[in-house]
Design a protein around this ligand. Structure first.
Ligand code: MIG
Length: 819
């Protein structure tokens, strides 16, 4: 008897220890004393109620689980402790009620199956196993709760690797990482800083056989532990709110990204000028200097599309105002910049200076748009303009009011807007953000800042975009946002905040942007050259070489740093940089085709290697190489004083050196020369790469500028070409051109899917790379040889080692054969 009692004591002791261990790991992440309580299982299944498009499982007390499907591959699980389930989401736009699943049960399990998935839910000690066909692809270890908190621990199956999590520092692969989601102005972050400005609680679990995605759609502070505490398990949890997640299943990561962006939305096509080179700094002023800056680009023949106005353009940092001393004729300046082919992007901060007479403040006050706390007190915090108040962006009326504030600026001709400080960031405050008892509109109720904090920035970007769209309806309005939540891609492009001018940050930008791309955000960039401090000549060159392969290519620097324009160093440096900016402009047709793809299926332009080569395990952890589209392999130099680097070539095809035409075998590593004027670039052996001539800005010469369809290799390949006016929304009404280019053996066919955008004077050059052919047939009739490009009419000629076929841009399906 005594022995038994002792035994029981040991068991109780072990249980307590166990909960303390769990606690202490949480503690490290969330540093909250409240975690000193015991976690409990959500418990057995007591009862199941099945409806047409969901089931509800009853556990102990008020704990309930609701399971529904979005489609055959997406399961939605919600566990709540108050008998209710949230219906609205700040991330998900497609909450399809899918009915095609089968519900059944036996003594021990509940089963839910769609065409592709089966959930096997154990009644005893509730947990879920998910099968894709016969294959177990997900397995719960425990689902626990504690007051308002839940966490879910699952097994790491099949050696899965974890990616995504939005904007995170550290390695590309997140196995072994703990992460927190709580938007933060992380000025001067480094490789270990967490969290950053943005919270995207979405990740990919990937292995050779299948791929899953999980969106943990909980806007409170959330945390993730991926094999950090226990090597073979991962868990996610939140400080409050439901355990609300979407489980996405796919054969490969592209399928998962496609599903995830179907759920949370995809980019609208941005204006094409977004893909040119952008020049920014904190801040360009006065007016004269801005004009000089623009002229310098044109004088030096360095292409550029946009100039940024940082906070100093405002009258004492008051959003939506202009400092007339620094900018005596702002409208004239904008017109001059437009005449030189520049677009202007200006910054807007959310904090509105408390000052009567300032109409944004006055009108906002009258409409009661500013945030208050639970004691009805106005929230006032210090930001750039001094004491400021903050709009309740999640409120519909406030959104409309906010949108209207942009009207004067769009009337002045400002082309795009940059939303900064929207974490929101507060100066001189311990917490860095609004007080937690701030009340926000949360659909049709009020919620504390603890719930809305992570979506505040996204809702600001959304309010801005929606405002611009209603006041400038046929223009592709663009917002750049520092903060965001899952689904930010449908409202804004993003940049990775205040980095530093050093090689560590140059290297870090690659996994950061790759993971953003894997998290549904294809339009992203880091401040090229670095924000804090000034780059060395070498760093600047290396960073500009890499920057041309960021989806969003902007050079930006802080207020107290050296000039960072392309010509800021010596002539030799400028020459190298110019060569690369030129290359970016030559690649615009290629870039735009992939942006179009992103808008259709969410797949990013800047791609982690495993996205394309899912079978080559060597690629799973590589973070200093990436793909640009599916045909260019970019292998930047990420270290100082380094002029050679090892390049591992993805297995499956050969690769061609962009500069030398040398061929490398996939699956092998080579040492590649990379002197200061070279960033190693490789072309997939069989590829189609559309390019154009250098222009000084995107829409210069748009109608006459020729298009080069470069065809590499002997094997079959294809490419989807997309053209439109690049600026209006007419493409939504069908005014675009979409052509599938197919190369099969010695035949190239152009299969027109849509041809409502017809560039009038565009010549088309089909370039057979490294190939000399004698005869060319176009739709079975023979094409004449011409001397060169200048000779009038159509025909073919030879240049270097290439055969070039000169055609007029066409409107019918055509087929080319060559011998
Ligand atoms: O607290 O507007 O990340 O890009 O130049 C600084 C001034 C506020 C932070 C942004 C940075 C911008 C700067 N802003």
């Amino acid at each position: 008897m005594f022995i038994k009692y002792k035994f029981l004591k040991i068991i109780i002791f072990l249980l307590v220890i166990n909960s303390i261990i769990t606690f202490s790991e949480e503690f490290k992440i969330i540093k909250s004393k409240e975690f000193l309580t015991v976690w409990k299982n959500v418990g057995d299944v007591r009862y199941v109620s099945s409806k047409k498009d969901f089931i509800i499982i009853y556990h102990y007390g008020k704990i309930r689980t609701k399971i529904s499907f979005i489609d055959n591959n997406i399961v939605h699980v919600q566990i709540s402790n108050n008998n209710k389930f949230s219906e609205k989401s700040y991330a998900v736009i497609n909450n399809n009620k899918f009915k095609d699943f089968i519900y059944s049960k036996d003594k021990d399990y509940i089963y839910l199956s769609t065409n592709t998935l089966t959930l096997k839910i154990s009644k005893k000690n509730f947990n879920i196993e998910i099968y894709r066909g016969e294959k177990l692809i997900s397995k719960d270890i425990e689902i626990k709760w504690n007051g308002n908190r839940f966490y879910n621990k699952k097994l790491i199956l099949n050696n899965s690797k974890y990616y995504g999590f939005g904007e995170k520092t550290g390695d590309l692969v997140k196995n072994g990482f703990q992460m927190k989601m709580w938007n933060n102005d992380s000025y001067d972050y480094d490789k270990n800083t967490d969290p950053l400005y943005m919270s995207i609680p979405f990740f990919i679990e990937f292995n050779k056989e299948y791929c899953n995605g999980i969106l943990f759609d909980n806007t409170y502070q959330t945390y993730f532990d991926i094999g950090y505490t226990e090597k073979d398990k991962y868990y996610f949890g939140a400080l409050d709110g439901e355990l609300n997640y979407y489980f996405i299943s796919g054969n490969n990561p592209k399928e998962v990204i496609k599903s995830y962006t179907n759920l949370t939305g995809r980019i609208n096509l941005p204006p094409k000028w977004l893909f040119g080179y952008h020049q920014s700094r904190y801040s360009y002023y006065p007016q004269k200097k801005v004009i000089e800056l623009a002229k310098s680009f044109r004088d030096k023949n360095i292409p550029a599309d946009a100039i940024y106005l940082d906070i100093d353009y405002m009258d004492r940092y008051k959003s939506f105002t202009i400092d007339n001393n620094k900018f005596p004729d702002f409208k004239k300046m904008i017109d001059e910049l437009h005449n030189m082919g520049f677009k202007v992007v200006s910054i807007i901060d959310p904090g509105i200076k408390m000052k009567s007479g300032y109409n944004v403040y006055d009108s906002g006050k009258e409409l009661n748009v500013f945030l208050k706390n639970d004691k009805e007190e106005l929230i006032k915090e210090k930001v750039w303009p001094g004491l400021a108040v903050f709009p309740d962006f999640t409120n519909k009326t406030v959104k409309e009011w906010w949108g209207k504030q942009y009207i004067p600026l769009i009337n002045l001709g400002i082309d795009g807007f940059w939303n900064d400080m929207n974490e929101p960031s507060i100066l001189n405050s311990k917490s860095n953000t609004l007080p937690l008892n701030t009340l926000h509109t949360d659909f049709n109720k009020k919620s504390f800042h603890t719930k809305i904090h992570n979506v505040y920035g996204q809702e600001m970007a959304r309010a801005s975009l929606e405002g611009l769209n209603s006041h400038r309806p046929n223009y592709r309005n663009f917002i750049l946002s520092r903060s965001g939540y899952a689904g930010i891609q449908k409202y804004a492009g993003v940049w990775t905040g205040d980095n530093r001018s050093n090689f560590e940050h140059l290297a870090l930008s690659i996994p950061m942007l790759l993971n953003l791309g894997l998290s549904g955000v294809p339009i992203s960039g880091a401040d090229v050259g670095g924000f804090i401090t000034s780059p060395s000549k070498e760093l600047f060159i290396r960073w500009m070489q890499l920057g041309i392969f960021y989806p969003y290519f902007r050079n930006h620097t802080a207020d107290n740093t050296n000039p960072q324009e392309p010509w800021a160093f010596n002539e030799e440096t400028t020459k190298i940089i110019k060569k690369y900016i030129n290359l970016r402009y030559k690649l615009i047709p290629y870039i735009y085709d992939y942006i179009y793809e992103s808008s259709k299926n969410g797949i990013p332009l800047m791609r982690a290697l495993f996205l394309e080569y899912t079978n080559d395990e060597k690629l799973y952890t590589i973070e200093d190489e990436f793909l640009f589209g599916d045909s260019l392999l970019i292998t930047p130099v990420i270290k100082e004083n380094t002029f050679k680097r090892e390049v591992y070539f993805p297995k499956g095809n050969n690769w061609i050196n962009f500069y030398t035409n040398e061929v490398y075998q996939g699956g092998k590593t080579y040492l590649i020369n990379a002197p200061l004027d070279i960033i190693p670039i490789f072309i997939k052996e069989n590829a189609i790469i559309p390019m154009q001539d250098i222009v000084q800005y995107i829409d210069e010469n748009e109608n006459n500028s020729p298009l080069y369809i470069n065809i590499y290799g002997d094997e079959d390949t294809n490419h989807i070409l997309y053209l439109d006016d690049g600026i209006s929304k007419n493409y939504l009404k069908g005014v675009f051109t979409n052509i599938e280019i197919k190369k099969q053996k010695n035949k190239i066919s152009f299969n027109i899917k849509n041809i409502n955008y017809i560039p009038k004077n565009k010549n088309l050059y089909i370039v057979l790379k490294n190939k000399s052919v004698k005869n060319i047939l176009i739709n079975n009739s023979k094409l004449n040889e011409i001397k060169n490009k200048q000779e009038k009419g159509i025909g073919f000629y030879y240049k270097n080692k290439d055969t070039i076929i000169k055609l007029k841009f066409f409107i019918k399906n055509i087929e080319i054969q060559y011998f």
